[in-house]
Design a protein around this ligand. Structure first.
Ligand code: FMN
Length: 207
């Protein structure tokens, strides 16, 4: 599969530091794979269905092996479209800001739509099995630094997305921390982004 889906979870567009690093990856990847289709998908612009009470009911109907009502079929059709779009790519790139130690709500909404039994995972004889054997490069921007020391225990951004991707079956996940982007001032932030762009380009050589 030659499609790359570039998922941006920051609303800050060109000011987003996770996106600046991920852009460098995608651009280098595009040069290495001129045949690849590349789609940029900003989650704050996307028309994602709200995963509310009726959608949750439609999910439980499936879990209990029952039939959807006409309204649930309509709601579930929207969920299926988002999943199909996600699964149309063999390579996924994520630009992810840290918000309150975790991921932005819009990415959580996206994951709540994507992670569905029978679509992106299933329950096999030996437990959960992922159904999306893909590969991902993920760029995690944070105002402070969380890669080492006691602060690592506070990080509910990078370990969480990595866990969900593994759960869905991703076989290769390459993560780059873009940090600190705020805590040590603008000069350090510039250095952080330059370093992350360098790592992104190196990583693209191996994709
Ligand atoms: C709502 C919100 C919450 C944030 N929470 C944290 C946080 O918990 N820890 C942290 O280090 N930085 C936090 N930040 C700072 C961002 O992680 C930082 O600015 C990062 O570069 C954002 O990614 P972006 O540049 O790709 O948008 C927060 C920023 C926002 C807007």
């Amino acid at each position: 599969m030659s499609k790359l889906l570039y998922i941006q979870a920051s609303p800050r567009k060109e000011r987003s530091k996770s996106s600046q690093a991920a852009d460098a990856f995608v651009s280098a990847y595009g040069k290495r794979h001129p045949e690849a289709e590349i789609e940029v998908f900003n989650l704050f612009d996307a028309d994602l269905p709200v995963f509310d009470g009726p959608a949750v009911e439609a999910k439980y109907v499936i879990l209990h092996g029952k039939e959807h009502t006409a309204e649930q079929r309509r709601i579930w059709g929207e969920v299926e479209q988002v999943i199909e779009h996600f699964k149309s790519a063999g390579t996924h790139v994520f630009a992810v800001p840290m918000w309150n130690f975790g991921i932005p709500w819009r990415l959580k909404q996206y994951l709540d739509i994507l992670v569905q039994p029978g679509y992106t995972f299933r329950v096999g004889e030996s437990g959960y099995e992922g159904l999306v054997p893909g590969r991902a490069a993920a760029f995690f921007a944070r105002g402070g630094s969380y890669s080492e020391g006691q602060a690592a225990a506070l990080d509910a951004q990078k370990p969480y997305l990595e866990q969900i991707l593994r759960f869905m079956g991703f076989e290769r996940i390459e993560s780059v921390a873009v940090e600190p982007t705020l805590a040590e001032g603008p000069e350090k932030a510039q250095e952080t982004v330059s370093r992350a762009i360098g790592r992104a380009r190196e990583l693209a050589e191996r994709f």
